[in-house]
Design a binder for this molecule. Structure first.
Ligand code: TYM
Length: 333
């Protein structure tokens, strides 16, 4: 059965990292290539919660668009667009605010985490507080079956279902089917190079995809391994060791990975060799995407055309949903 699939990426930073790629983008591209009706977008309105500088936002959007296309997003198959180009996202969000309570919103992680990290209520903007409602609108507009995302977005898909149920119940009509979060348990939460927290640009614990090779080398060489291992001859732990998790994702030479793991456990290989092999594997894995990105950078007009076409197609579908929603609540006959 052909499914409808929706997902987005916020251009809050200027590049995608391997956490974004393996946790979300790769599964999204697979769904696209399996022939499902896919809608992927750049959640630029969401980025306003953190990015307040115009040039930074413009540059982030451009870079994330190029990254996404280089990693295999095919505009012939996927409806690819910028959220702000489709006003229906904002329109639906305004309606949906009335179908979720303040109490429920206060329990959302992104907001609660900020408070717990010591941010006062005076410093949390309403865009961040309302973020899950805009995200529910992003999703529900296209009435998808599935939303492929990383683990950190699970709660957002759950609240989307709650909002959809509340809405359907209030209007006594099944306007919105309930979408399912597609989260892969092995790659839904890629650990950062600090070995502690999820990989995240804002935490500075990423491995880039398109950055300068020297930067990627430094990121990999600086990655956390087994803290109890002092010398290369000490037996080391492979399970949960970020460098081996990355090898499992990136290194296509499985025999090499197995050999490194065996020698690591025996204390017969140094961290440097393990990391150098990871650097080489990274170069091999992403070389096609990196070449594609260089090519796209020379064709920005074509990229803008892709986004314009995508926005027009998304608008057609989204407008119908708005019509239906307005009718259901009594704003239109
Ligand atoms: P964002 O931009 O923070 O992240 C984009 C996608 O990458 C996933 N991800 C990860 N997966 C595994 N391991 C990690 N370390 C890791 N870091 C990030 C995220 O889970 C996400 O799937 N709110 C969303 C964007 C959004 C959206 C939507 C998504 C807006 N509207 C509607 C789906 C549907 C976000 O900020 O993702």
């Amino acid at each position: 059965m052909t499914k409808t699939i929706v997902s987005g990426i916020t251009p809050s930073g200027n590049e995608l990292h391997i956490g974004n790629y393996f946790g979300a983008v790769k599964p999204q591209i697979e769904l696209q290539n399996e022939g499902h009706q896919t809608y992927y977008f750049i959640a630029d309105l969401h980025a306003l919660t953190t990015v307040k500088d115009k040039q930074t936002l413009e540059s982030n959007i451009k870079n994330v668009v190029l990254d996404y296309l280089s990693l295999g997003l095919d505009p012939e198959k996927t409806i690819f667009f910028r959220q702000s180009d489709v006003p229906a996202h904002s329109q639906l969000s305004v309606v949906l605010t009335n179908f979720v309570t303040y109490g429920h919103m206060k329990r959302m992680h992104a907001f609660k985490d900020k408070l717990e990290k010591g941010a006062g209520e005076e410093s949390i903007n309403m865009g961040l507080f309302n973020y899950p409602i805009l995200m529910a609108a992003d999703i529900l507009l296209y009435k998808p079956n599935g939303v492929p995302v990383g683990e950190d977005q699970r709660q957002h898909v759950e609240i989307t279902r709650d909002i959809a149920e509340n809405f359907n119940h209030a209007v006594n009509q099944d306007v919105f089917p309930l979408p399912e979060a597609y989260i892969n348990k092995d790659v839904g939460r890629i650990i950062g190079t600090d070995g502690q927290r999820k990989m995240s640009k804002s935490l500075g614990n990423i491995i880039s995809i398109f950055a300068d090779e020297n930067i990627i080398k430094d990121q990999i060489m600086g990655s956390y391994t087994d803290p109890n291992r002092k010398k290369a001859t000490d037996p080391g732990t492979v399970e949960g060791n970020p460098v081996f998790l990355y090898h499992d994702l990136i290194n296509q030479n499985t025999a090499e990975v197995q050999d490194l793991k065996n020698r690591y456990k025996e204390g017969a290989v140094g961290d440097v060799e393990v990391k150098q092999k990871l650097i080489a594997a990274h170069q091999a894995y992403f070389s096609t995407a990196r070449a594609k990105r260089l090519e796209l950078e020379q064709n920005i007009d074509q990229v803008n055309q892709i986004l314009a076409t995508g926005a027009a197609k998304a608008t057609e579908v989204a407008k119908e949903t708005i019509k239906e929603v307005y009718q259901a609540v009594g704003l239109r006959k």
